[in-house]
Design a protein around this ligand. Structure first.
Ligand SMILES: Cc1cc2nc3c(=O)[nH]c(=O)nc-3n(C[C@H](O)[C@H](O)[C@H](O)COP(=O)(O)O)c2cc1C
Length: 226
């Protein structure tokens, strides 16, 4: 741990290391690590499983001076274990040390191409941060997250150049204790591939998965209708 404490990356996807949430959070954290900060990784689904894990989670938050929450959008909301995690922190607020000194930011990606689907969930994160007396550093949103599908941004190269440039700017701001600038947010939420192409590829992927699972001919069935 550095003198200030750790940067804690909390990944809120059950895909854990193979998630787009992890790809985005890890890229940002590697930039912070290059500047000398120490990073700790936490996977919320695992940390919410048992009481001992939850205690470990509270300890990790206590050791952190910056918390980055990266999660996928589920039904226009934060995934249930992420909601459980933030509720747990709020209920245990008196056990969290130096709340006022902790910086908090959120990254959310979603499956639909429009990043605006994420606005409400980032507002919830902002409200949570204020309720905890953390220093809100801003929310980052990315639509069409399946175009990344848990891959390493650096290996994807040009395709995600806007996202990498935006995350670089975000890291620069965080390192001088500033909120994430609008320019960074706009670059990150730029479409990775055009929305129409994303939808065509999504439909092809859906049918391929149906074939793989022997369900190609019953895709339009509505068993619960009536
Ligand atoms: C249960 C479930 C609910 C989802 N709900 C939404 C949704 O409301 N809006 C959306 O755009 N994407 C939705 N998605 C898609 C995910 O947000 C998307 O696949 C995302 O890129 C996954 O990120 P991850 O790899 O970090 O888990 C949902 C996915 C699942 C599994």
């Amino acid at each position: 741990m550095s003198e200030k404490g750790n940067v804690l990356l909390l990944v809120g996807s059950p895909r854990a290391k193979k998630s787009t949430s992890s790809s985005l959070g890890k890229y940002l954290c590697e930039k912070l690590e290059e500047a000398g900060l120490s990073i700790e990784y936490g996977y919320i689904h695992r940390l919410m499983m048992r009481k001992e894990k939850q205690d470990q989670f509270i300890e990790m938050v206590n050791d952190a001076y910056m918390i980055i929450l990266s999660f996928p959008l589920y039904v226009d909301q934060l995934p249930a274990p992420v909601i459980r995690a933030i509720e747990l922190l709020y209920k245990n607020k008196e056990k969290i040390v130096k709340c006022e000194e902790k910086k908090f930011l959120a990254i959310c990606n979603c499956g639909f191409p429009e990043a605006s689907q994420i606005d409400l969930s980032l507002e919830i994160c902002n409200n949570f941060s204020d309720a905890m007396n953390f220093q809100w550093r801003g929310g980052i949103k990315l639509g069409g997250g399946e175009a990344i599908h848990g891959r390493d941004l650096k290996k994807m190269g040009r395709m995600v150049r806007n996202q990498m440039q935006g995350l670089d700017l975000a890291a620069d701001a965080l390192l001088i204790d500033k909120p994430i600038p609008m320019e960074a947010k706009e670059l990150i939420s730029k479409p990775i591939i055009p929305a129409r192409m994303y939808k065509v590829l999504g439909n092809i992927g859906w049918r391929m998965r149906a074939i793989k699972n022997w369900n190609f001919f019953n895709l339009k069935e509505q068993p619960y209708k009536d």
